[in-house]
Design a protein around this ligand. Structure first.
Ligand code: RIB
Ligand code: CA
Length: 318
C-alpha cells in the first residue's frame, strides 16, 4: 500500500552493523521503529543494551524503548565476537554512556505484547541470534498468525559460513533457536550471507559520509574502521559487509533482492556442521517451503540508498 508506514521491532545484538541498521531505520520515513529488543551475540546482552541506548541517543531517538532479552543461547555455550565488533561491540567508536535506562519489560514479553496488540501490523526484523524470538514463540504461539512479516538476517545457503566453514554467526550462536523459528510457520523472509556478502561498504563510501560533519558520520567511520580491519585480516575483503542494514532495508524496498520460496532447515545434530542452514532447491524432502529466501541483491543500489539516508539523518542531527 503506497505510503503505508511499516511499524517495526528490531531484534538485535548491537554490534556494528546492527547499529547501522538502527540508524537506517531512524533515517527512513517509510518505517516507524517501535522498539528494540536485545540479545547476546556480537557482544554480551548488557553491553548490547548499552550500545542500543547510546546509538538511539546519538540519533536523538531516546523515546524508543530498548528491552533486554536472553543473555545466553538455549543450549550452546555463550559465543561473542570481539574480534569482529571490538571489545565494546561498536569497534573504535566511543559513545557517551546512555542517560536513558533500558525498558523494564523483558524482550520476550515486549515482542509478544506488541505483536498481539497490533495484529497484522508489526514487522519484526531479526538481525541477531534468534533466542528471544524462539522463546516468544514457545510462550505465545499465536504470534505466528498475528505478526505481519518477519525479516531475518542469518544463515548461509550456497555461501560459505562466516563463523565455521559452513555456519553463519547468528545461526551458529543459537542453532536450536533458529531451528524453532525456521519451523514455526512464521511468515519469514531470510536474508542470508548469499546476499549480504554482495553488499560491501567501502572506505570511499565512508569518506563520502564524512563530507557531512556530524557525530553520526563520525560514529559510522569509527565503528566501521574496526569492522573493515577485521574483514581485511580474516577474509581479504576491502571494506565491510553490512548485513543488518540490508535486512532492514527490505521493509521498505523489498525489490532490492530476488527471493525464492524454499524449505530451509538448520543442522542441530552434527558437531562439524552445527548451525549449517540447508535449502531444498529440488524438493527432495517433499516438504513445503517454510520461507522466502533472498538469493540475489542489487548491491550498489542498496549502498547508495544507505548512504543517502545516513547523510540526510546526519544533516538533520548536525
Ligand atoms: O553473520 C552476520 C550477523 O551476525 C550480523 O547480524 C552481525 O551483526 C552478527 O550478529
Ligand atoms: Ca547482528
Amino acid at each position: 500500500m503506497a505510503g503505508h508506514v511499516k511499524h517495526i521491532i528490531l531484534d538485535t545484538d548491537p554490534g556494528i552493523d546492527d547499529a547501522l541498521a538502527i540508524l537506517l531505520a531512524l533515517a527512513s520515513p517509510e518505517v516507524r521503529l517501535e522498539a528494540l529488543t536485545v540479545t547476546m551475540g556480537n557482544c554480551a546482552t548488557p553491553q548490547g543494551v548499552n550500545n542500543a541506548l547510546s546509538v538511539l541517543e546519538l540519533a536523538g531517538a531516546t523515546h524508543i524503548p530498548v528491552a533486554p532479552g536472553l543473555d545466553r543461547p538455549l543450549i550452546q555455550p555463550l559465543l561473542t565476537a570481539p574480534e569482529t565488533h571490538g571489545s565494546t561491540g561498536l569497534g573504535y567508536a566511543r559513545l557517551p554512556p546512555p542517560r536513558q535506562p533500558a525498558a523494564s519489560q523483558h524482550a520476550v514479553d515486549l515482542l509478544i505484547e506488541r505483536i498481539m496488540a497490533a495484529r497484522g501490523e508489526i514487522t519484526l526484523v531479526a538481525v541477531a541470534p534468534l533466542t528471544n524470538l524462539a522463546l516468544a514463540l514457545r510462550r505465545e504461539p499465536a504470534i505466528v498468525e498475528a505478526v505481519r512479516e518477519v525479516i531475518i538476517m542469518g544463515g548461509a545457503i550456497r555461501h560459505e559460513g562466516n563463523t565455521t566453514p559452513l555456519a553463519e554467526f547468528n545461526v551458529y550462536v543459537d542453532p536450536h533457536a533458529a531451528h524453532i523459528v525456521y519451523h514455526s510457520g512464521l511468515p519469514i523472509t531470510l536474508v542470508p550471507l548469499d546476499v549480504t556478502y554482495q553488499c560491501i561498504l567501502t572506505q570511499a563510501d565512508v569518506d563520502r559520509l564524512l563530507a557531512v560533519d556530524s557525530p553520526i558520520t563520525r560514529f559510522v567511520a569509527d565503528s566501521t574502521r574496526f569492522y573493515m580491519e577485521f574483514h581485511d585480516e580474516y577474509q581479504g575483503i576491502q571494506g565491510c559487509v553490512i548485513n543488518d542494514p540490508l535486512a532492514l532495508a527490505l521493509t521498505f524496498a523489498p525489490d532490492l533482492v530476488e527471493t525464492r520460496p524454499l524449505h530451509v532447515t538448520v543442522d542441530i545434530h552434527s558437531p562439524l556442521s552445527l548451525g549449517k542452514t540447508m535449502a531444498d532447491f529440488y524438493g527432495m524432502w517433499a516438504k513445503p517451503p517454510n520461507m522466502q529466501v533472498a538469493l540475489n541483491a542489487q548491491p550498489r543500489r542498496f549502498i547508495e540508498l544507505f548512504l543517502e539516508r545516513i547523510e540526510n539523518l546526519a544533516r538533520r542531527q548536525s
